[in-house]
Design a protein around this ligand. Structure first.
Ligand SMILES: Cc1cc2nc3c(=O)[nH]c(=O)nc-3n(C[C@H](O)[C@H](O)[C@H](O)COP(=O)(O)OP(=O)(O)OC[C@H]3O[C@@H](n4cnc5c(N)ncnc54)[C@H](O)[C@@H]3O)c2cc1C
Length: 443
């Protein structure tokens, strides 16, 4: 229970005052990402356990992406002694950076002014293009992860969380206390939150690593010097998945994703390169390539997941909380961070968190997992293109799906409510058979 814990403000202030890092922190803010040359100084910052070995934290969060930073922010606001361990900032995470309306609504701190509000979405399949206007619909903003994540970390630090700029190398629980080892010393805490991404060490320690079939690969390139306010989404037959192009203020984030046991990074790089070669604004622009895993669980996997246990919780990607169709993960990372910080104020935090994740996030993601296979069939994507082209009500449904205002629960009813009965019966027959009546595919 964290609500009754005292705020040890004096300790925090003392640390901040003896630290160069306190000066850096004010620059490490939303619109002023830390210059690269500052990073080595951060790593030697006196804010670290090697200079304050006596601190026993209420909570240590390993990983300060959206999930970890959101949890630390909530906990710090509640007066908990919380440390984030992450030596990667400032950094650009390989990601589209598409932040849906529902995700932005979870953040009540300034998260930066350098997002691109998306005005149009262009869908592509089988040689056909359909443009869906989004202007004024507040559906999606695309951010560089460097500034988006930095802003959240800075907000958590402003509220009292400590950033330990180091990599956690080992975690262990003895007698109810966690020890988190880093190259610069160890931290001790009552609770350990694993927010260290799909390959994180916390998940491996407390649960099990993801199997290859539970992951997608995303591979693509950042393309410098292209400015636009439209996104492109192209459905791929082989490998089965999709390609996206998301614009940041001064570059595009382009990539293709597919299930890891059905493709290689090479095939996805080739798909991205082919798309970029045909996209005139990207001609002769420098490309910086990347490849990265994304959790993509089946419906059965969600049933077997364990988001919390004795003294630990898994958040965001580390808990597999990514939509297996769209691969949207930022919303679920933020949501799990908020749920973890709220649960830690309850009488039985692990149960509270597990219930919150199972009842809301797992329910939604399980529905996506059940329709995923059919969603990427060429027959469905061709019908979808036809429906988007012909029907304004169906374009409205798509806009709400992009924004996250339309969940998978209720999608079938909403589609039928568009009164495009003939079209909808075909779409539903080919894919969107209610998850409640469709048998779950074997995991
Ligand atoms: C190519 C690609 C495109 C994507 N596009 C989108 C998109 O457009 N929209 C969307 O919503 N989602 C997208 N996603 C998914 C999204 O990026 C993730 O779901 C989201 O970042 C998860 O947040 P997180 O905080 O759980 O983990 P992360 O953002 O991965 O953060 C984990 C943090 O933990 C740190 N860490 C790891 N190991 C350790 C350690 N041992 N010690 C200390 N720190 C550690 C890492 O440095 C990192 O900072 C995309 C993913 C990929 C790969």
């Amino acid at each position: 229970m964290l609500t009754e814990m005292p705020i040890v403000e004096s300790e925090r202030q003392a640390l901040l005052q003896q630290s160069e890092f306190s000066i850096e922190l004010s620059a490490y803010s939303i619109n002023l990402p830390m210059p690269d040359h500052a990073a080595p100084r951060l790593r030697h910052s006196p804010i670290g356990i090697q200079h304050s070995p006596s601190i026993h934290y209420d909570v240590v969060v390993v990983g300060a992406g959206p999930a970890g930073a959101m949890a630390a922010l909530g906990l710090a606001r509640r007066g908990a002694r919380v440390a984030m361990v992450d030596g990667s900032h400032p950094r650009e995470k390989p990601c589209g950076g598409g932040v849906t309306r529902r995700a932005l609504q979870l953040i009540d701190e300034d998260c930066g002014g350098d997002g691109v509000a998306i005005a149009d979405a262009v869908f592509e399949a089988a040689g056909r293009h359909v443009r869906v206007p989004l202007r004024g619909r507040e559906a999606l903003v695309v951010f560089p992860r460097r500034t988006f994540d930095s802003a959240l970390v800075a907000a958590a630090v402003r509220r009292g969380a400590t950033l330990v700029p180091a990599r956690a190398t080992h975690v262990q629980r003895t007698g109810g206390t966690w020890t988190i080892e880093t190259r610069h010393g160890a931290l001790h805490a009552d609770w350990l939150l694993g927010a260290d991404g799909p390959s994180g060490i916390v998940r491996k320690q407390v649960h099990a690593p993801f199997a290859r079939r539970q992951l997608s690969i995303a591979a693509g390139a950042f393309v410098d010097g292209v400015r636009t306010s439209e996104i492109a989404v192209a459905f791929l037959d082989r490998p089965r998945g999709y390609l996206w192009s998301f614009p940041r203020p001064d570059h595009l984030a382009v990539g293709a994703c597919a299930q890891a046991d059905e493709c290689t990074a090479g095939a996805l790089h080739a798909a991205t390169a082919r798309w970029l070669d045909a996209y005139a604004p990207a001609a002769n622009r420098p490309r910086r390539t990347y490849a990265w895993p994304i959790p993509s669980l089946s419906a059965g996997d969600f049933d077997a997941e364990r988001p919390a246990g004795e003294g630990w919780m898994l958040l965001g990607d580390a808990a597999g909380l990514v939509d297996p169709i769209t691969r949207e993960g930022i919303y679920f990372a933020l949501r799990s961070g908020a749920a973890a910080s709220a649960a830690l104020a309850a009488r039985d935090p692990a149960r509270e968190y597990e219930d919150a994740i199972r009842d809301t996030v797992h329910d939604e993601l399980r529905r996506a997992a059940r329709i995923k296979d059919a969603f990427f069939r060429p027959r469905f994507t061709a019908l979808l293109m036809h429906a988007l082209d012909r029907s304004a009500p169906i374009r409205d449904v798509m806009i709400d799906l992009i924004a996250g205002r339309q969940s998978y629960r209720g999608l079938e009813r909403r589609l039928l409510g568009t009164l495009e009965v003939g079209l909808m019966m075909k779409l539903i027959a080919s894919t969107l058979i209610s998850p409640d009546i469709r048998p779950s595919p074997a995991p």
